[in-house]
Design a protein around this ligand. Structure first.
Ligand code: HGY
Ligand code: MN
Ligand code: MN
Length: 415
């Protein structure tokens, strides 16, 4: 039994993480759990049962954001929130998001075992669709909770087969008006999210915990390049309008724009590239790419978007292709709350854990909770900085340190 704190049962938590990981659309060790799918529904049921077993009151909103509340003595006070997501992109690992949900539950169980009685309720949240899998936009649940994505905008979302949110949420058993998802500002007194770092710094520097000061600003676009198809052999090179060759120029232009801001915090990639008709001996006539550009400085990030727009114009005229861009999202970065960071720092010191202040290059639901409440994030190391892969790994010691400090901090905030 490895315990970071006598009341903390890390072995139970690790086993719960491993059980949750088995609930996947893919064979272990691969975790794939796309929102509203059958595996997502079973995973939600599993975690909700663990919350109910811990005596928490579990409710869900109209799109499946799930709230497990430990009722505080003063019902007039806004709760303290913690939590993350359990949906997973294809070919993912078992800690991204889940360490914050099950780790948040374990933090609550530790406090219960120690006889702590919260004055403010403590509410564990499972956010719906943090990953941009089903509808191409990340943080669907937290965006709607923060009213950053309105009900009418949400109704326009479509998956690759043209199915919309209404159909998917109804199939998953969620009902109620979409208007009821938005939370009023002040719904949370404060919000703290535990998450794996998804980068290499903490492990490299041998530091137990990361206290996140800023959460990077993500922007994504869908770009369609329309060229001219034709026979790969019969069509000579002069005058070709090869949509994939044009896309390749844009992908390299995006990479070079991100590298040339002079800041290490600017990152960009093209994660999806769909080629039509997709036959080896047919010149690509239409290509759809999606870009992902981030920076903790919104202006610098928007500079990369501008450079890409200029590249689109240049490639379109030089190659005679048509390029259309659709902005999926361009969110401002979030600054974490100093008061919560102080509590995290005090808790880390009291727990004898080393820590460092750092930025989050991944986005998280806290990016949108920051629109309606003071937030902070607590990172634990992940091996080799690997994430969004089946070999993603956080040791029981790392997880235990995170849960221990989260528990202390939640107790402070809820007192
Ligand atoms: O893409 C992200 O930053 C997050 O893991 N969804
Ligand atoms: Mn992720
Ligand atoms: Mn995540």
């Amino acid at each position: 039994m490895t315990t970071a704190h006598p009341a903390l049962s890390i072995d139970r938590l690790v086993s719960e993480l491993q059980t949750l990981a088995q609930i996947s659309e893919a064979a272990p060790p691969v975790v794939t759990r796309v929102v509203f799918g059958e595996a997502d529904r079973r995973a939600r049921a599993y975690v909700k049962k663990l919350c109910a077993d811990a005596g928490l009151t579990v409710t869900e909103d109209a799109i499946g954001n799930t709230f497990a509340r430990w009722q505080g003595s003063d019902r007039t006070l806004a709760p303290v929130g913690t939590g993350s997501h359990i949906d997973a992109i294809p070919n993912a690992g078992l800690y991204d998001g889940c360490a914050g949900v099950l780790g948040g539950l374990e933090a609550i169980r530790v406090l219960q075992q120690l006889g702590f009685e919260p004055r403010r309720s403590i509410e564990l949240v499972i956010f719906t669709s943090e990953e941009p899998t089903r509808f191409g936009i990340g943080c669907l649940g937290s965006r709607m909770m923060a009213n950053v994505l309105t009900p009418s905008q949400a109704l326009e979302l479509r998956d690759k087969d043209g199915r919309g949110l209404e159909e998917w949420r109804a199939q998953a058993g969620f009902k109620g008006s979409l208007e009821s998802v938005a939370l009023p500002s002040g719904h949370w007194h404060q919000f703290v999210e535990l998450h794996i770092e998804q980068g290499p710094l903490l492990e490299q520097e041998g530091v137990d915990l990361g206290l996140v000061t800023h959460i990077a600003a993500p922007a994504s676009q869908k770009i369609v390049i329309e060229g001219e198809g034709g026979h790969a052999g019969g069509r000579l090179m002069p005058g070709r309008k090869d949509a994939l060759a044009a896309a390749a120029e844009l992908i390299l232009a995006l990479e070079s724009a991100a590298k040339s801001t002079g800041a290490i915090d600017t990152v960009a990639t093209v994660g999806v590239c769909e080629v039509f008709p997709g036959a080896v001996n047919s010149i690509p006539s239409r290509v759809t790419i999606t870009t992902d550009v981030r920076d903790i400085d919104g202006t610098r990030r928007d500079g990369v978007l501008k450079a890409l727009a200029a590249a689109c114009d240049a490639v379109a005229s030089r190659r005679g292709v048509e390029i259309t861009t659709e902005l999926v999202n361009a969110d401002p970065p979030a600054t974490c709350d100093a008061a919560i960071l102080n509590k995290l720092e005090e808790s880390a010191k009291a727990a004898g854990k080393s820590y460092k202040k750092m930025v989050s290059r991944a986005y998280h639901d806290s990016l949108f909770m920051a629109r309606i409440a003071p937030v902070a994030m607590l990172f634990i190391p992940c091996r080799g900085g690997v994430s969004h892969r089946p070999d993603e790994y956080a040791s029981p010691e790392w997880i235990g340190s995170g849960v221990h400090v989260l528990a202390r901090t939640l107790a402070e905030l809820a007192s």
